[in-house]
Design a protein around this ligand. Structure first.
Ligand code: UDP
Ligand code: MG
Length: 189
């Protein structure tokens, strides 16, 4: 089925900078449907379950960050992907709990792929203009974040696969918080 659901979080940097409305507008502008929305200050358990230390994720984050930093002419002193993943995971958990976030479930055809596209790349510095991270956070980089021993503050989380979306939605929302209603574009799918 082409109709998908994705979990979106406007992370606390987005909330603190007053970007909730602008980010929500971008999602509405492309015609996707918000079927759940709430403000949540995550506890340790929710943050830990959301950012589980998974070997595939750690490998991916390690390779992606290493490639970017070496291409940028910087050093990347880490040798072990699990060690790096663990460090990023603990920064992520702290960041997720820095303050309240806005959690949403978005539904629509190709929702996961489209949302990843409008969000941009993990490192805002590399994220093209026109994307949420590129337009609102481009001065943020791995270099700044790693030097300060903190997470890359990139405003928004978007699920990256159907499997992860299902898992993440179940963490943040109860079944009865997901709403079913019609929007103008629905008649075409
Ligand atoms: N992150 C970081 N440093 C890294 C890699 C990731 O601070 O070297 C943070 C960043 O905030 C990112 C989050 O960890 O949004 C989750 O990483 P992922 O690879 O899932 O990125 P995303 O899917 O958010 O683009
Ligand atoms: Mg991710």
């Amino acid at each position: 089925m082409v109709k998908e659901k994705s979990l979106i979080l406007i992370k606390h940097d987005g909330v603190a900078r007053g970007l909730i409305g602008k980010i929500v507008s971008r999602i509405e502008d492309i015609g996707l449907k918000i079927i759940a929305m709430k403000m949540v200050w995550a506890d340790e358990k929710l943050a830990g379950d959301h950012y589980k230390l998974d070997e595939t994720w750690a490998k991916n984050v390690y390779e992606k960050t290493k490639k970017a930093r070496l291409e940028q002419g910087d050093e990347f002193p880490f040798k072990d992907h699990m060690e790096y993943g663990k460090m990023i995971q603990s920064w992520n958990i702290n960041f997720l709990r820095e303050g309240p976030v806005v959690a949403m479930v978005i539904e629509g055809p190709h929702a996961i792929e489209i949302l990843r596209k409008i969000v941009g790349t993990t490192e805002p510095r590399q994220s093209p203009p026109g994307t949420i991270r590129g337009d609102f956070a481009m001065i943020e980089s791995y270099a700044l974040a790693n030097d300060k021993q903190r997470v890359t503050r990139n405003l928004i989380h978007a699920s990256d696969s159907k499997e992860n979306a299902e898992h993440e939605i179940a963490l943040w929302f109860a079944e009865n918080e997901l709403h079913s209603y019609s929007k103008e574009l629905d008649k075409h799918y």
